[in-house]
Design a protein around this ligand. Sequence first.
Ligand SMILES: [Zn+2]
Length: 392
Amino acid sequence: MKRLQVILVAALVLAPGALPALTLTEGSAWPTTTIPVCWEDTQSRFLQERRLARKAIRASWEQESALVFTGWRKCQPRSRGIRIRIGSQHPHTKARGKAVDGVRDGMVLPALWALAALSVNVKTPVHEMGHALGFGHEFARPDDAVPEQCRVIQRSGIRYAEHDLPLTGFDRDSIMVGCAGTAQRDLSLGLPLLSAADIYGLVSVYGSAPHNILDTGEDGDLFGASLALGDLDGDGGDDLAIGAPGKDGNRGAAYLFRGHRFQGFRPWRKLQPEGVIAGGTEWGRSVAIAGAGDDEKGRVLLGAADGSTAVAVISLKPEARVDWLPATATPDRELPETVRAIDADLDGDGLPDRVTGLASGIIGGRTAGLVQVERGMANGVHSAWYRFGQAY
Ligand SMILES: [Zn+2]
């Protein structure tokens, strides 16, 4: 399985058109997912900074991938891994990816007094850790989609001589943007810091977190054979259901993704009807989302090959759980229509964005189910935002 993943990443690198966002400096990816981290200085005066940085990195790169950062103690003279110093006003990382391994003061982060906003102090360690993992600046990418304000920064004398692999279109919400005026994200503590495209780029290089429902690794799932958008959790934003009727030998399943306006769809739950309706096969041939009602529970409908429909009731409080309605509860339950492309304003900019299901897409020469999310531009064109599927 591990070997397969490596082959997939290699195949992805050779076919830039199929890559997720984030730019990776060639040859900089760490060969392992366990990376030691240490502090150059463990004086008590920067205790708060160290706690904040560790928390932010854990809630981002570590939570969303197979990466595990170990140690977090005082560096010894020969300590390997990422060596962090706190104190400079100018955060920077001395090398990209594995080239920073064992480098003294390899990452320098600002003390809290140096930057007023708490949000900046949370974002900075995550951004710099992105460099330490091999990722480059979104605004240094060699494509024309770079917004004007980022271009000005590039011209203003700051050198970003990067030889990063050109991937998909510019992701204005990437943690690797670092370009004034583009960051629209809510940076308050506790909210995710990585954009959806960051996560899919990260996972394509370093692998999935064990809990990631996307790690299906199965050919013929037909992930993306059907789609549905709807507000499942009542937060006012659209969530996404994706059918995979080929899952587990045509038993079928659907996958739920919670929507976040600036960070895209995030993997959430796998739905597979169990014993609710006898004989159903290829669940997820069609899906529908019925929004949260008075009971504050959203409903997801899954259509099967024989025309039966299963209804999942999603409770969010006090904790997320899935219950299946018995077949007798709503005998006239309607079979959802199969939908493979949806236009909707996902990022709140007033322009229609597009979600497309490609049950048999091609990633790195291998047939895989995938879903593509594109942003609508003012000129009516759609630009790639991110894609996800079983190969990630
Ligand atoms: Zn940077």
